[in-house]
Ligand binder design. Structure first.
Ligand SMILES: NC(=O)C1=CN([C@@H]2O[C@H](COP(=O)(O)OP(=O)(O)OC[C@H]3O[C@@H](n4cnc5c(N)ncnc54)[C@H](OP(=O)(O)O)[C@@H]3O)[C@@H](O)[C@H]2O)C=CC1
Ligand SMILES: O=C1O[C@H](COP(=O)(O)O)[C@@H](O)[C@H](O)[C@H]1O
Length: 611
């Protein structure tokens, strides 16, 4: 029986189907958000975005394509309480008709009936992992899909297909992926049973990435599983970038949905500079509309990155401080305590600036620094991010320090140099570490250094945002603090991983009769505050792609703006063959990073006595 399947999966503050006056069918009039005019044309069919004016778009939205077999037809309806499938409806009043039952349903039984009606008449989602035999698919994508299934987040009718060149049976694929599936630590009930059920929904098709014929065979198998329902198809391109375009061409020409939506998740790297990125976008757009392309940056799916906007825009105390007036500098720090291990071939072509800074750290920076968006809609948020990126000064060579790790022996163990990797040329100058100072030339951030630091084979694994506030003017307690005012600066730390936390360093008095000052943390430590396991970023992003939510995916103009800030310096580093500063595997990285920070009167917050 169809159920309101997403109940436990995504919860929002406002119940969609509460029996309030605003959710009655009479008051819930349909209105087009942008317009009733076609916003895009995909393979000859027109799409409109319709939202209910009385219900936040996040809870209920629909894409309505004008005519299909003479009927008006919704291709996706997303609701808080269930992945509600679309149904053909009358031509004249498409959305009201579709939702009438749901909106007027007040009891849970009625809601179930309404959802069942929609599901039974509805659609199916087929998810194809292209490059299923690969590292990312095994490590992240299949486990995330299972986690979504486990949490009842996937729609009632769904099928998962693995696609790659490796010859495998369905059973072999299931064996392969079963090794990486895990259940939530906080919810282990029926774990084995759930895994079996999930694996039964996974299938495999072996094919070449540049063969329309092979994708047509996949299409045939997908249709068999879709069983005549409206088919919605999601392709996840988990393959090396040099075969993206061929795979998109073949998938789109031979295996697109004929009557529902087709979306493609594209993994990074999106090119290696402005030109190659623009060429990739142009090539993808030969086969796909922009709203079908979901460019993934998995850092945007991380819990604490999601929380950044909540912290800032839902707490009165932060937003007034969020500018050059109170903030001295912002630091975005990424470190890994292992080298390129096994990925040297890929990495050597890109380096740490392209691998981490131009995408993950820059995305966080844009979210951190953007102006308040008009709403939480994807386009409103992405518009603000683009503005920040465009206000940034292109990075200059003087503001960049690069490093590369060298071999180091510690405790009798010898750790390899970057160039010891067989897939890396022995004379490679590719940076495995970089530090950079960036500036946003707008009224809010004029003169505030945004310092980035990213490195592999360092002493720890960490990703964090550090906000160092200005010194207290005329501080009455200067005498108690001493001459080093930096020691007393307020610092807000958003620790993205591991051990997620948000803490604010403050000064306080040590209890007692004297007047001694101390530094303490006001600490929101997630593990202590919440017993629930934090979902992996890929879970959030896959669910968003299934639901058509684009907020956490990169739009093409955002990507252009991001590349334009980094391309000149990347070219200069390569043309001038700048030699990286070598640092021992497992160390804190090159000292050059300290000189760079010092030039802007900054100390890296992660290297202090107490962090
Ligand atoms: N792995 C990771 O941690 C991350 C990966 N990414 C990105 O995700 C994508 C996939 O990454 P990952 O899984 O590591 O990649 P893999 O190198 O594991 O490749 C995935 C699959 O693609 C096929 N393949 C590999 N090389 C070629 C080739 N030269 N020609 C044709 N097919 C090939 C192989 O399947 P078969 O031979 O069976 O066809 C392979 O199993 C890449 O774009 C990567 O940049 C992004 C972030 C992190
Ligand atoms: O995109 C990438 O990210 C990983 C780090 O991701 P995380 O979620 O484990 O922090 C990095 O190792 C890899 O080099 C890069 O391509």
């Amino acid at each position: 029986m169809a159920t309101l399947s997403s109940t436990s999966c995504r919860s929002y503050a406002t119940p969609l189907l509460s029996p309030s006056p605003s959710s009655s069918s009479s008051s819930a009039s349909a209105s087009a958000s942008s317009s009733h005019a076609p916003s895009s044309s995909i393979r000859g069919r027109h799409h409109w975005r319709i939202t209910l004016s009385s219900i936040p778009k996040r809870y209920c939205s629909a894409k309505v394509s004008s005519r299909f077999h003479g009927k008006c037809f919704t291709s996706a309806v997303h609701m808080q309480d269930g992945a509600v499938a679309p149904a053909p409806v009358e031509n004249e009043t498409p959305f009201e008709k579709l939702t009438e039952g749901l909106l007027s349903a007040t009891s849970s039984e009625e809601r179930k009936d309404a959802a069942e009606f929609l599901n039974n008449n509805g659609s199916t989602v087929s998810i194809t992992v292209v490059g299923a035999s690969g590292d990312l698919a095994k490590k992240k994508i299949f486990p995330a899909l299972f986690a979504l299934y486990y949490e009842d987040c996937l729609p009632e009718h769904f099928t998962i297909f693995g696609y790659s060149r490796t010859k495998m049976t369905d059973e072999e694929l299931r064996n392969m992926i079963s090794r990486t599936l895990t259940c939530r630590i906080d919810k282990r009930e029926n774990c084995d049973e759930k895994m079996d059920q999930f694996l039964k929904r996974c299938f495999y098709h072996s094919g070449q990435y540049d063969s329309q014929e092979n994708f047509a065979q996949l299409d045939k198998k997908l249709k068999e599983h879709e069983g005549g329902r409206v088919s919605n198809r999601l392709f996840y391109l988990s393959i090396p970038p040099n075969i993206f375009i061929e795979a998109v061409r073949c998938a789109s020409l031979s295996a697109s949905s004929g009557n529902g939506w087709t979306r493609v998740i594209v993994e990074k790297p999106f090119g290696r500079d402005s030109e190659s990125s623009a060429a990739l976008t142009k090539a993808l757009k030969q086969y796909l509309e922009e709203d079908q392309i979901f460019r993934i940056d998995h850092y945007l799916g991380k819990e604490l990155v999601e929380n950044l906007s909540v912290l800032r825009f839902s707490n009165l105390i932060f937003e007034p401080l969020w500018s050059r007036q109170y903030i001295r500098n912002v630091q975005l720090i990424f470190s890994e305590d292992f080298g390129t291990e096994g990925r040297g071939g890929y990495f050597d072509h890109y380096g740490i600036i392209r691998d981490i800074m131009q995408n993950h750290l820059l995305q966080i920076l844009a979210l951190f620094a953007m102006e308040t968006p008009v709403s939480l809609d994807a386009e409103d948020i992405r518009n603000e991010k683009v503005k920040v990126l465009r206000s940034m000064r292109p990075l200059s060579l003087e503001d960049v320090v690069i490093g590369q790790y060298k071999s180091h022996t510690k405790g009798g163990i010898t750790y390899p140099a970057y160039t010891d990797d067989n897939t890396v040329p022995s004379d490679s100058l590719t940076p495995t570490f970089a530090a950079a100072a960036l500036f946003i030339d707008n009224a809010r951030w004029d003169g505030v250094p945004f310092l980035m630091k990213a490195g592999k084979a360092l002493h720890n694994k960490r990703a964090e945002i550090r906000v160092q506030f200005r010194h207290v003017p005329g501080n009455l307690y200067n005498r108690n603090i001493g001459t080093d005012l930096d020691q007393a600066t307020n610092e807000l730390v958003i620790r993205v991983q591991p051990d997620e936390a948000i803490y604010l360093k403050i000064n306080n008095k040590v209890p007692g009769l004297g007047m001694r000052l101390d530094r303490s943390n006001l600490n929101l430590h997630y593990a202590a505050r919440y017993s629930k396991e934090i979902p992996d970023a890929y879970e959030r992003l896959l669910l968003d792609a299934i639901e058509g939510e684009r907020r956490l995916f990169i739009r093409s103009d955002e990507l252009d703006a991001a590349w334009s800030r980094f391309t000149p310096v990347l070219k200069e580093l390569e043309e001038k063959k700048i030699i990286p500063e070598y640092y021992p595997y497992g160390s804190r990285g090159p000292v050059g990073a300290h000189y760079l920070a010092a030039r802007y009167k900054v100390r890296w917050g992660d290297l202090g006595m107490e962090q």
